[in-house]
Design a protein around this ligand. Structure first.
Ligand SMILES: *Cc1c(COP(=O)(O)O)cnc(C)c1O
Length: 463
């Protein structure tokens, strides 16, 4: 036994010898000596382990250069790999939410390549304010007095609470104590911001008198949170933004709304579900509204705070602002995205999010039918490929009950096994550009709403 093992050990090539092999020398040129040596050491370790445990050389050891090459390539795949999002969810948080408009992409590139006037005023050469240019745009678009931009909407909510109501009570309806996903829960954010949550009303019904009764000398804010990802139906009542704003004005307490997604245009004009707009709440007299940059707005990840100057100034000067501020790439992308809203007639063409959301079922069906004809034969020994109607979701906290009629390619396993479908889903996930579908109702669904390039997908599906 020991003899066999020792003779196997002797067959392992030394690193020095491997480094002299011509194929490996050329890998050093493309990937560098450090990486190559590190991986070769790892391979030797693995080979020794294999010998100890199985008394055999590993399978790959007949061609060290080829295995090294594969390992180097694998190490090169980006952590942010482009994929086909055929999941049926347009704003998919795990897939990076909104795709940016071309003008936003150009703006980011420019801000990366060249120094920019981020906090520099060309008029006075004094240090300007990094949100200044965008604040102007946001005020124009929403009617706000001023605006502040941070990293995401969670940061916006935290900052608003900390700057406006730290050490005080914040009144929120029991029906709006939202968990957005991950660690973002309104009650926990309150604690982090140093505020005391005062819950009023009940899960299904909250009235103005509930807020009124909660008000005392310690009250620092009246807050509403948009119940983005769930809906309470049946015997329900909530206090409108207008009513809350009025109560806030009478009792001299600031009012704040976390809109979550929010939309700066009326979505119903495109046949989409109504989504609350920040400008409406500001018109009603709400002091501050926060919303995300990369949900329905269709821009980069950002948190946008719009509202009264007095409060925005307090927010801009709060020490947390420095920690939560947006970077120049975000601001560049957001500015270009907002500029598209100045020309709303073209928005559904120029803004990818809106373009995908407004695609008609007929248009998607035509695409699905053509694709089915192209790939059907390739899959026919194991799967029945159909094209079928389905529903897409907007995603990212738009109501899950609001569905958009769409069309999908579906794959049903002829052997009827779930494992056959799972294997196919796994193969697709391992493609150079992975295809992300959805397993549902005994079939694998590819909702084509977010497909931009049919040729690219049909080539990818020939595994
Ligand atoms: C999505 C959402 C948030 C968090 O926004 P991010 O931009 O993802 O940080 C906060 N509140 C509500 C109501 C939301 O829908």
């Amino acid at each position: 036994m020991t003899q066999v093992i020792n003779s196997l050990y002797r067959q392992l090539p030394s690193i020095d010898r491997l480094l002299r092999e011509p194929e490996i020398t050329s890998l050093i040129v493309s990937h560098g000596q450090t990486q190559v040596v590190d991986i070769l050491r790892e391979m030797q370790e693995q080979a020794r382990l294999n010998i100890r445990e199985h008394q055999a050389l590993p399978e790959w050891s007949d061609d060290w250069a080829a295995s090294l090459h594969r390992r180097l390539e694998r190490g090169q795949t980006s952590a942010l790999q482009p994929v086909f999002n055929l999941s049926g969810t347009v704003l998919h948080t795990n897939l990076g939410r909104a795709l940016l408009a071309e003008t936003a992409i150009d703006a980011v590139t420019q801000a990366m390549r060249s120094p920019v006037t981020l906090e520099y005023s060309l008029e006075g050469a004094s240090r300007g304010h990094r949100d200044r240019a965008l604040a102007g745009l946001l005020c124009m678009l929403t009617g706000a007095e001023d605006a502040c931009i941070v990293n995401n909407n969670a940061a916006a909510v935290l900052l608003v609470l900390a700057a406006v109501a730290q050490g005080k009570e914040v009144v929120v309806s029991r029906g709006e104590l939202v968990e957005i996903g991950g660690a973002f829960r309104i009650p926990d954010v309150m604690v982090q911001a140093g505020c005391r949550l005062v819950e009023v009303g009940t899960t299904n019904r909250t009235h103005l008198k509930d807020y009124q009764r909660a008000i005392n000398a310690d009250t620092g804010m009246l807050m509403k949170v948009h119940t983005s990802n769930y809906s309470i139906e049946g015997f329900t009542a909530e206090v409108s933004g207008a009513e809350l704003a009025k109560l806030g004005m009478i009792s001299k307490i600031p009012t704040v709304i976390d809109l979550g997604s929010g939309s700066m245009i009326d979505m119903t004009q495109y046949g989409l579900p109504a989504e609350p707009m920040p400008q409406d709440y500001l018109n009603h007299g709400i002091d501050l509204v926060t919303f995300s940059g990369d949900k329905l707005l269709g821009g980069p990840q950002a948190g946008i705070i719009v509202g009264k100057k007095q409060w925005i100034e307090a927010i801009q000067h709060h020490p947390l602002k420095r920690a939560l501020r947006a970077d120049k790439m975000t601001l560049a992308a957001l500015e270009a995205t907002l500029r598209l809203y100045q020309h709303p007639e073209q928005l559904s063409q120029k803004l990818p999010t809106l373009r995908l959301l407004t695609r008609t079922q007929g248009e998607i069906r035509d695409m699905a039918q053509q694709l089915r004809l192209r790939i059907r034969a390739y899959y026919s020994d194991k799967f029945i490929v159909r094209d079928e109607p389905c529903y897409s979701q907007i995603g990212s906290g738009s109501l899950p009950v609001d569905r958009l009629p769409s069309w999908a390619l579906t794959f049903t396993a002829i052997d009827g096994r779930g494992s056959t479908l799972e294997k196919l889903a796994h193969q697709w996930r391992n493609l150079k550009k992975p295809v992300i579908g959805r397993l549902y109702d005994g079939r694998l669904w590819l909702d084509l709403r977010c497909l931009e390039d049919e040729n690219e997908l049909s080539l990818a599906l020939f595994l």
